[in-house]
Structure formats: C-alpha cells, structure tokens
Design a protein around this ligand. Structure first.
Ligand SMILES: [Mn+2]
Length: 289
C-alpha cells in the first residue's frame, strides 16, 4: 500500500482507515488541493479542507431522502500534488485512484480545480470498457487546449472524451463556438442546458435512468447559481438550484455509479456557502447509495 496522500483531516461520518480490513465495494474520498491553471478566481487548492470542515454541519439522517448515512466510506486525505505542474499532478491522481480501485474502493475526489477529474476518469476508463460521465457544469470544458495547455481546468471533458467516455452535460450556459462545433461533430455528447434543466427536470431524470454503462459523476460547483455558490473559479449567472442537484443524485440512486467528484470550491472561509453546498452534495450522494 503506497497511496500518495497525506492526512490533514477527515470527512464527517467517514470510517476510520484500517488498511488490513478495508470494506470492498465502498467509497474512498481523496482531496486534490491543486489550482495552478485557474484563469479567474483562484483559491480552489483550499477546497478539500473547507469542504471537510463544512461536512460537520449535517445530521446523520438525511431528511429529504429519508435515509441514514449508514454506508461505509473512507477519507484517505489529500493527494500530494505538484503546484505548477498539472500533467504530473493528473498522473499522481490517476496512480492514487488506481490503488483505490485495486482495493475495490470507488473514488470520490474533492477539488481543487476541475483538472482533478482527469486522472480519476483516466483510471476508471482503464478499468471499465464503457463509462458515461455525467458532468454538471456551467461550461463544457471541451477545449482541445487552453492558452496552449492540454492539461487545464478548461480541457477536462475533452481529455475524458479522448479516453472514450460518453458524456451527459447538465447545466451548460457558457461555451465557445469551437466547443459547440465539436459537440455537433460527435455522436456521444448529450446536453441539457440550464434552462432545459429548470423547465424539464423530468426529461433529465428520465435520460439518466436510461444510461446502461457505469457512470462517473463530475460536479463543477459553478453549475449552481452564483447566488448559491459564489466562490468558484468562473462564476456564471443563470445556474441551478440545490434541489435540482438533489434530483440528479436521486435519479442516479439505482444506477452503477463508480465514482464522483466535486470541484472548483475556491474559498478560504469556513462556513462559506460554496463549501457547505459541496459537502452537502457528497453527503447526499453517500446517503442514497
Ligand atoms: Mn465550470
């Protein structure tokens, strides 16, 4: 066992890590305190620590889901990132997630900028023949490169698409012409823009229940409206409500979700609403699986 992590803190209700007796088919949290390619509002390297702190604000019983948080999940601490080197950090995340998968533990990554997802998705596409990424984000993140960089918060889903995943993009309300043309040139990217989500959540829920492959859930916190989650890398008006994220998670409750992430929590303030909302999303997810 050589998980490349250190241990600053633990998510609330997580099971103590005992490497001799880890429960198979459980979930394992890793933090990715990395924000080197951020182009606007920096600070997401502090995301893992503020989300963990916020996780202590909830009851073990989930009132909306009528469910107790009784599943086994671990918190393995933070990945040893390399500030300034996104590609090398993605590789360390990938190696760490591969170690979790070898232990039959499914990854939950807390970012950090969205590039944290690249290594997680790479490891999962090596394990599963087919994977669908359900991607909640104000942006498509489908640029081939961003200011010359292939490994960036703005290229995450383009890299994932190169790994062979199907994509479902939910909450999109900002993209480039090149990204729209790329989507039109492919057959396996389904989009639900923000206004479709607001007006036709039932269509989103139905579509998710028809996905037949294993699913990875990636949530950029900027998918929420900036009134709810202001401390993100690229705040974008017109976003989702917390209840709409709950609906998505509920729709996935009976699917094979093999991992998830929440990313782009850029605050150093304890109790800040972006961090609280991110902690609630992880908590809701774990309450339903
Ligand atoms: Mn985004």
């Amino acid at each position: 066992m050589l998980l490349n992590t250190y241990d600053p803190w633990k998510f609330a209700f997580s099971t103590e890590v005992d490497f001799e007796n880890l429960k198979k088919d459980s979930y394992g949290i890793i933090g990715v305190p990395f924000d080197s390619t951020t182009s606007y509002h920096s600070g997401s390297r502090l995301g893992p620590i503020v989300v963990r702190e916020a996780s202590y604000g909830f009851e073990k019983y989930n009132t909306n889901f009528k469910s107790d948080l009784d599943c086994t999940f671990y918190d393995f601490g933070d990945v040893n990132v390399i500030p300034g080197n996104c590609e090398a950090t993605c590789k360390i995340v990938e190696d760490t997630v591969n170690e979790l998968l070898d232990l039959n533990i499914k990854p939950i990554a807390i970012g950090g900028e969205h590039s944290a997802s690249i290594g997680v998705i790479k490891a999962l596409t090596d394990k599963y023949d087919k994977l669908t990424v359900v991607h909640l984000d104000a942006h498509r993140d489908l640029a081939f490169d961003f200011i010359g960089e292939k490994y960036s918060h703005a290229t995450v889903m383009r890299r994932a698409h190169e790994f062979g995943v199907d994509l479902v993009q939910i909450g999109v309300r900002s993209s480039s012409l090149e990204e729209e043309e790329f989507v039109e040139s492919t057959y396996n990217i389904r989009t639900f823009k923000n206004n479709e989500v607001h007006r036709h959540m039932d269509a989103v829920e139905y579509y998710l229940t028809t996905v037949e492959t294993p699913i990875y859930l990636s949530i950029d916190m900027d998918v929420l409206d900036p009134a709810i989650a202001p401390s993100v890398g690229n705040p974008t008006p017109g976003g989702l409500f917390t209840s709409e994220i709950e609906d998505v998670i509920k729709a996935l409750a009976f699917k094979e979700v093999v991992g998830m992430d929440v990313v782009e929590i850029a605050t150093d303030r304890l109790g800040e609403s972006t961090a609280v909302s991110a902690a609630k999303i992880v908590y809701d997810f774990l309450s339903l699986i």
